[in-house]
Design a protein around this ligand. Structure first.
Ligand code: MN
Length: 195
């Protein structure tokens, strides 16, 4: 079954200086779309074709099939990333996530600093994730390229894409500005629902 580009769950003009409509046009409309097109080509007529996206990510990783893995994992990561932001988002999490962040990182500010540092220091292209391990402990994980918590048996809670294509249009080379701006739009309801 061919995969399709998921529609953004908001308008492209609702994120101020964080991501412009042009930024979304390239990142969602071209980069994310290209991963899906390449994935569809890579799975046609082979053992991946009938699997779910999660199954494709895990099987291609186990088999070290990079052409399939890279495109499948990037499709999964990007689909997840778009849901991690929303117009009017930001601030601090509430409910269970607030409790767990304070339990595992001390304070929200301490978590925020640690997550921003992780995202800033991914060397080259990659991702920073807030994830939950099998003992229900929260951790911050950095991934290069198409790395994803799915292959580490971690549950993704929230993420930021720090590939240069994620910020070059709106922030040029200034990855830290993009990360700082992200905090104003984090969709904590989505993150809470991922627990
Ligand atoms: Mn990206």
């Amino acid at each position: 079954m061919a995969f399709e580009l998921p529609e953004l769950p908001y308008g492209k003009n609702e994120f101020g200086a964080f991501i412009s409509a042009e930024g979304f046009d390239y990142h969602h409309g071209k980069h994310h779309a290209a991963y899906i097109n390449n994935l569809n080509k890579a799975i046609v007529g082979n053992s991946f074709e009938t699997l779910s996206l999660e199954e494709i990510v895990k099987k291609s990783n186990k088999e070290s099939n990079l052409p399939v893995f890279n495109n499948a994992a990037q499709h999964w990561n990007h689909s997840f990333f778009w849901k991690c932001m929303r117009p009017g988002g930001g601030g601090e999490p509430t409910g269970e996530l607030k409790k767990l962040i304070e339990r595992d990182f001390g304070t929200f500010d301490a978590f925020k600093t640690e997550f921003s540092t992780a995202a800033t220091t991914v060397f080259g292209s990659g991702w920073a994730f807030l994830a939950m391990d099998g003992n229900e402990k929260l951790k911050i994980v950095k991934y290069s390229n198409a790395g994803t918590p799915l292959i580490d048996d971690l549950k993704g809670i929230m993420t930021i894409d720090v590939w240069e294509h994620a910020y070059y249009i709106d922030h040029r080379n200034a990855r830290p500005n993009f990360i700082e701006s992200f905090w104003k739009f984090v969709n904590w309801d989505f993150a809470n629902n991922n627990l």
